[in-house]
Design a protein around this ligand. Structure first.
Ligand SMILES: Cc1cc2nc3c(=O)[nH]c(=O)nc-3n(C[C@H](O)[C@H](O)[C@H](O)COP(=O)(O)OP(=O)(O)OC[C@H]3O[C@@H](n4cnc5c(N)ncnc54)[C@H](O)[C@@H]3O)c2cc1C
Ligand code: FES
Length: 481
């Protein structure tokens, strides 16, 4: 299933790294965060290279909905309550500066990426009270925010918060334009990083500054990101024949929808769940039901899904990777708002590498740990990660898999051991280990994507066991049937 973006953009191709080289800075990952960081570092005069495991934009960036907005759900009121009013100001300032930086880059490099200025709305069908508070706090934090009851939505609402001066665009057209002139190595997965040295399958890079922009950091210690984040997955459909709003919308109630236009298509998103917790499936079906109810004439053109890292206290991790690694940096935990998040990260990381002050950086640093905001989840993220399974893969006897219908997958238990089984439409069986190679949690079957997903930190594998999403770095063990 390809997204609207991959179907409508041709990205430049780059050679793989072959041999050893040096650079002032090396960025791991060529998604939105990695490419923007490299662009801003290059502009600041830093000699920078980018190492990408697959193709540029091939991670979550190709499957985003690409709203460029400071409106990240109901964040400002929470920030002011849990942290301080000043924290809300710094959060707002980082996102608003990021929107401005998108305008600058698009104008300066003349990037044709369907960029359109618009407003963003949070809406509720249940209550106006929390939205009134959110509008007030966001306005106090410096955003052009106001409560309203006027929207273009095809259903009644109790209220909405409107942010002016936001935007939408085509993320891959933008990424391709921004990458032009950068030194990028594709098909170059980073295997290990030690001190200043990055090791890949076919060469090394030695760099003074190393930036992990690889979505979920694949190094467990130091940093302990596996204790700080899980991943959440959401689903999107692109529909034709629906009415097209100018604004971008995001519902805050359970089952709320994310809505924006892209040319003559309506993008409808929703159905979020923790990665690895979608045993029942039916997310695309649910989205289609929503679409049919509000836009009965619409037809599906594209469908896709993606996932993002959810930090403990709602603030991304941007800055020094850990206390023990002064020359390593990270940009992660964008909680599905990684368009402004990536740009804000790129600006902060450029400043960190070049020794400039950045007034917003402290709020995003790993050192910000606040017990009141994080303690409970810190314990539960850790606790989620301690299930025990044997890694050895066995092939369950054919009798145990006979009842599994074609086109379905699931876990088969036999004599106290477990294996993941998927049966293709023609009856071919694929058997994989359900022990996640990252830290050993039990994988769960996702029937909407036909993938094995890890509930602990969100690694994903296709039904043949091939790695799709990190932090795991290896494929699953498989058994021949
Ligand atoms: C359904 C959905 C809708 C969203 N919509 C929006 C939106 O409207 N607005 C918004 O602001 N945000 C949105 N987001 C969030 C946004 O899409 C992400 O936060 C953003 O794309 C993350 O970019 P990234 O560069 O961090 O990660 P990625 O795009 O995943 O890039 C990471 C790159 O690192 C590479 N990599 C990984 N490991 C290695 C390794 N060992 N060596 C080399 N390379 C490696 C990967 O191949 C990948 O290309 C959405 C998220 C979801 C799930
Ligand atoms: S992703 Fe960490 S154990 Fe699976």
């Amino acid at each position: 299933m390809q997204s609207l973006w991959t179907a409508t953009a041709a990205l430049p191709e780059y050679e793989a790294l072959n041999g050893d080289r040096r650079a002032e800075a090396a960025v791991i990952g060529a998604g939105m965060a990695g490419i923007l960081t490299a662009r801003l570092l290059k502009e600041a005069g830093v000699d920078v290279v980018v190492l990408e495991a697959d193709r540029i934009g091939s991670g979550q960036t190709k499957n985003t909905t690409a709203k460029i907005t400071s409106q990240h759900g109901m964040i400002y009121h929470k920030l002011a309550e849990v942290f301080s009013a000043e924290a809300a100001v710094h959060y707002a300032s980082a996102q608003e500066k990021a929107i401005g930086e998108y305008r600058r880059i698009i104008a300066e490099y003349e990037i044709d990426c369907d960029f359109a200025e618009c407003s963003a709305y949070l809406y509720s069908r249940k209550e106006a009270g929390p939205l009134l508070k959110e509008a007030e706090t966001a306005k106090a934090a410096g955003i052009d925010a106001a409560f309203t009851e006027e929207t273009e939505l095809p259903f009644p609402i109790k209220g909405a918060v409107r942010f002016g001066g936001q935007a939408r665009f085509h993320p891959l057209k933008f990424l391709g334009g921004t990458a032009e002139g950068l030194t990028i190595y594709e098909h170059t997965p980073v295997l290990t990083v030690e001190g200043n040295r990055i090791k890949t399958g076919r060469g090394t890079v030695t760099a003074e500054h190393i930036i992990f922009a690889c979505h979920y950091p694949f190094i467990n210690v130091p940093g302990y990101y596996f204790m700080r984040m899980h991943q959440e997955r959401s689903y999107v459909k692109a529909l034709e024949g629906a009415s097209l709003p100018e604004g971008m919308y995001y519902g805050i109630d359970e089952g709320g929808l994310s809505i924006r236009r892209a040319g003559n298509l309506l993008l409808l998103g929703g159905g979020s769940h923790r990665t690895g917790e979608n045993r029942e499936g039916g997310r695309y079906r649910w989205l289609l039901e929503q679409a049919r109810e509000y836009w009965p004439q619409c037809r599906e053109r594209f469908r896709w899904s993606a996932q993002d890292c959810m930090p403990l206290d709602n603030i991304p991790y941007i800055g020094q990777f850990s206390g023990d690694t002064p020359n390593w940096y990270v940009a992660t935990g964008f909680k599905k708002w990684g368009m402004t998040g990536s740009m804000a990260a790129a600006m902060m990381l450029r400043d960190a590498v070049t020794g400039r002050e950045n007034p917003d950086a402290e709020l995003f640093s790993l050192q910000r740990f606040t017990p009141s905001a994080s303690a409970v989840s810190f314990v539960s993220e850790g606790a989620h990660a301690v299930k025990n399974l044997t890694r050895r893969i066995f092939a369950p006897p054919r009798a145990e898999t006979e009842e599994l219908p074609c086109g379905h997958g699931g876990i088969v238990e036999y004599e106290g051991e477990k294996a993941g089984v998927y049966k293709e439409e023609d009856g071919t069986l694929h058997v994989v280990s359900v022990k996640c190679p990252h830290m050993g949690c039990q994988l769960e079957w996702n029937p909407d994507e036909k993938t094995w997903d890890c509930p602990c930190h969100g690694s994903r594998f296709d039904y043949r066991g091939k790695l799709l999403n990190n932090p795991a770095q290896e494929d699953l063990e498989t058994a021949e049937q």
